[in-house]
Design a protein around this ligand. Structure first.
Ligand code: GRF
Length: 200
């Protein structure tokens, strides 16, 4: 049985999609060992507790990035977590964190990377005028939204889209590809060749 950790800061809808996939066996042979939020008010923490999953807040406010990451890493190590899934976790990870889990940290980003990294990716896409955007699941490395790409899904931009309507359409695809990527990574059915993630 592989153990997942979910790190989040807010709403937690991607976490829910992963939890549903674990419960339904679409993510094989896995359990969610812990849900960690850096913000006490995160809705995702409540959802975890409602589902009977272990959930803790490790507040980041007032701590240096390293000091906070060390507390999170200690917790993950203690639980012998196999894979860390960032799901709306609004923190950059320190090198200390990344080196503690080599090729075992995933993130989802609401654009077709390398376009529109960073905050407000959907707004960036609208402002740039692209006709197609989407979402990306990738390994986390030390640069922002830049690690090897595991899965992407394309989403059309409509002429009358607002940031909200576009975000909603992208979110549906996020909820589809994130669990799929988690299953692939946990199963080990891939190799990494430079920046490319090749499926076996
Ligand atoms: C998602 O759009 C995700 O791509 C981005 O942050 C948002 C988190 O939403 N990284 P949720 O908390 O999973 O609902």
């Amino acid at each position: 049985m592989k153990k997942l950790a979910i790190l989040l800061s807010g709403r937690g809808s991607n976490f829910q999609a992963i939890a549903d996939a674990v419960a339904a066996g679409r993510i094989h042979n896995a359990e969610i060992g812990i849900v960690i939020s850096n913000r006490p008010e995160a809705r995702g923490l409540e959802i975890a507790r409602e589902r009977g999953l272990p959930a803790v807040c490790i507040p980041s406010q007032g701590l240096s990035r390293e000091a906070h990451d060390r507390m999170v890493v200690d917790q993950l190590r203690k639980l012998e977590v196999d894979l860390v899934c960032l799901a709306g976790y609004m923190r950059l990870l320190s090198p200390l964190f990344i080196s503690a889990f080599p090729h075992a940290i995933l993130n989802i980003h609401p654009s077709l990377l390398p376009s529109f990294p960073g905050l407000n990716a959907q707004r960036q896409a609208l402002e740039h005028g692209v006709k197609i955007t989407g979402c990306t699941v990738h390994f986390v490395n030390e640069a922002l939204d830049a690690g090897p790409i595991i899965l992407q899904a394309a989403v059309p931009v409509k002429d009358d889209d607002t940031e909200e309507t576009l975000s909603q359409r992208i979110l549906r695809e996020e909820h589809r590809i994130y669990p799929e990527a988690v299953d692939i990574v946990l199963s080990g059915r891939y190799r990494i060749d430079g920046r490319r993630v090749i499926f076996d």
